[in-house]
Ligand binder design. Sequence first.
Ligand SMILES: Cc1cc2nc3c(=O)[nH]c(=O)nc-3n(C[C@H](O)[C@H](O)[C@H](O)COP(=O)(O)OP(=O)(O)OC[C@H]3O[C@@H](n4cnc5c(N)ncnc54)[C@H](O)[C@@H]3O)c2cc1C
Ligand code: SF4
Ligand code: SF4
Length: 952
Amino acid sequence: MEQFFDEIRQKTEGTLLVDAVSRTVYSVDASIYELEPLAVFLPSSLKDLKEALVIAKKWSIPITPRGAATGITGACLGKGLIIDCSKSLNKILEIDIAQKFAIVEPGVVQDDLNHALASHKFRLGPDTSTGNRATIGGMLANNAAGSRSLKYGRMVDHIVEAELLLASGQTLYLKAMTKKEALEKSKLSGEEGRIYKTVLSILDQKKEEILKRFPNIPRHVSGYGLDFLLEETDTFNLAKLIAGSEGTLGVVSKIKLNIVPDLLKTSLTVISFKNLEDLFIHIPSLLKFNPISLELIDDHILKAGIDTQEFSWYDPDQTKAILALELEAESYDELQVKEDELYHFLKKSGLNPSILKEAKIQKKLWEIRKAGLGLLLSKRDYSRSVAFLEDVSIDPNQLAGFMKEFLTLLKEHGKEAGVYGHAGSGCMHIRPYIDLRYEKERLLLKDLMEKTVPLLLKYNGTLSGEHGDGFIRSWLNPKIFGESLYEAFLEIKKAFDPDFLMNPGKIVDGPDPLENIRKSPEDGKMATFLDFKEEGGFELSVDLCNGNGLCRKKEGVMCPSFQATNDERDTTRARAVTLRRLLRGDLGREGLASDELMEVLDLCLECKGCKTECPSHVDMAKMKSEVLYQRNLKKGVSLRDNLFGKIGDLSKFASLFPKTSNKLKSKPFIKEFLNKIGLTPYRPLPDFAITRFSKLAKKRNTPSRDKTQIVLFNDTFNEFYCPEIGMSLLSLFDKMEVDVIIPSYSCCGRTLISKGLLEDALKKAKKLVETFYPYAEKGIPIVGIEPSCILTLKEDLVSLAGNKAPHLIEPLKQIASVSMTLSEFLVKHLKSEPHLLKPLSLSKLEVFIHGHCHEKALLGMHPELEVLSYFPFIHPKIIPSGCCGMAGSFGYEKEHFDLSLKIGNLVLLPYIEKLNDDAILLANGFSCRNQISFGTQKKALHLGEVLNILTS
Ligand SMILES: Cc1cc2nc3c(=O)[nH]c(=O)nc-3n(C[C@H](O)[C@H](O)[C@H](O)COP(=O)(O)OP(=O)(O)OC[C@H]3O[C@@H](n4cnc5c(N)ncnc54)[C@H](O)[C@@H]3O)c2cc1C
Ligand code: SF4
Ligand code: SF4
């Protein structure tokens, strides 16, 4: 194998990954499978891609192309060489609005193409739920569709041309041609001629069988789409056969697609049903209203996703499922007419419709629909909503009969399932709950699949409407299509790929579906410092990752390093799969202390984005703390980690001589020392304040009132670095007649937790209990300045004490229950006493808010907006930034400095650069403010400072 690797390295400029961690990272997708590849190749250009195919063919290495790996069938997993097209083959090559097409490389993400088209008021037709990460190459290979497929169809309806690299490395240019031209092609010698000849002869000889065996339904993607080639009578376009071919015929290197105008005016009507069977009966009559989407969401998802206050029409006790029906029209008048007609029809039919007028609420419902699968998977259990019959597709007019029999089949086998999907197209996502750890359950999975086939055939359906065959369904293709068509599939495969090197085991020659099923780590084996009871144990909290790849999205907080590197290794998924293998004992010899694990955890910024944004709530920041603790036990703690972890104690000492400490920092020998222990020389350390906050605060002369009392959490940053913020807060609270109790300076332990110094952090927690419990017991709010510090009190300390100091649990829970950020406190307080905030009368002011990651992930920024809404002259705007890139010590660490700036430069820093000088910048995080001033030379203020300036 080494010779194969050497040849790839020598002849290409791409990256070849052969190490155990990379192979682990690329061993999963969103399916139930796990398969370790021989190696992974990241081509840097189309030339590299071609070269890699030629070399792989020479060494008989199977190839599996891969996009974002959001596929649910294991189709992008393979034993040979994985080619990751998402990393660098992601350029939009051409957009032609007049001729309505776009040409892209395969790794372009659906939403990125849509963003590029948005200003022209155009879009890609199919809109998969995974659009914020799925690649066009993966979408084409899966013949993806989306919730509006009633209007836009599937990828096969939009493909115009495809450049296909065969296993031999030869390029085929597939596009529409006349039948005569196709016949001419079939006479050519070589691979192209062979392919055209085989396909044309099959179409000719097996036309009847194709028409009989491929159901005439809105969506199907199982098998090779021979019927797509019969749809057009005058022309012939082999590119259509690539739709749904799952990388088994070649690697798509360029794609030309139709683009479509944006949606016109739309409206959304929701119809609630007390039982599922009734719902399906109504689908044919609803389709007569020509909806552009007709989607089903059941109560498993609704209950997990809906806020009943926002959705007043939703009655959880009376609703088993809803249909969401979207209408479209040229004008609002026309839309109103359509909407009224529908409404009256529904009422007359004895149904229960609600029209969602507000765009915000419509958007929310679509978000719930898109998050459907994630919501089903948010159950913390090993019995999960598993994908194997999750994509059945039936004639929508026959859905009622099929679903009745199908749900009975499940019931007979004692199974419940979450149900959602594209009811209008007949494509249903049904996921029975299965515990894959047990053989009996795995056999049941296979049994249910076999028993569903005759049902599908009876109701003119097929196994997959949009997700494809992959490892899970290919084995059933002979039964679904019959021997004759299956033979035809094999002939096609041989014509394109005679040595069966392209993505083996998919569509044809499918393995037993129970091979390569991902194994969960054994439960309860690991003794952890942190308490993982709430997550169901450490092993389950690792195993919760279902691989759906949402951590590859490029917006929000999760996962800042991936957002900057576009590298699968920097996703939460990569970290979770590596941890899972380590826990199973399949990787590394040192368990959690192993260097292999650190390779993927190193760039986790502990931003907590995954804790809320990942649909399974995989809390990698917490797991990383545990891993670092275990590693520290075995390998010791580096001086740098000790210094950063103990920054509170260090600052306390250095602040005894602040002027000297500040001067010392710039002395060459100190600089050299810092550089030696791993700090970047390019970013200055923050200055110590000349007078500590606690000293300054002592000087204040605040009369004690019998009014609202709060306890101020005076954190390390406020005490030693920026006491002016605490002073602004005191002034603000004074104006608001709030009594502030200031206990002695305390460290929350955040920096210690981040570095895995959990025993030291527990000591801090004990001290916090001594200091704050007396107040918490009385219910006095503890208000924080630094978001990550107060959120540590709120979120982290209970699990820190859970296993090691159970007597602290109750006091810490009490402390957590009264701990809040400044904005949270103000929102609550101003609700009862709004008059206490006295805004100055000023003319229009723009305030731009950057949220700290922990604030955004755990609370959201609504409290900030709500407080600022008391100022009529303020126009607050949330900067659409994720992480600032600092993440505590991360931005000071030599090896992380560049990435830290890269993350800052994704959105935050360029956004701020463009702002007018008179705009107010608001950032509550100490590190965020430092990154902003370092990256833009502009000063950001804390909310307390802003409010103090703007009030009398
Ligand atoms: C939560 C969730 C929701 C989903 N919702 C939808 C939905 O609404 N509609 C829908 O259609 N699908 C849906 N899917 C399935 C999946 O997201 C889509 O099919 C998506 O288009 C796959 O794109 P990808 O980049 O992740 O491809 P991958 O999963 O990486 O690969 C998919 C297939 O494409 C092949 N492939 C990738 N790149 C190439 C290439 N360059 N040349 C040849 N073959 C290639 C792979 O080998 C594999 O066979 C969903 C999945 C999840 C997890
Ligand atoms: S970590 Fe979460 S978002 Fe990422 S793949 Fe796993 S489950 Fe999905
Ligand atoms: S904590 Fe942040 S950086 Fe780490 S895995 Fe989660 S989202 Fe990614």
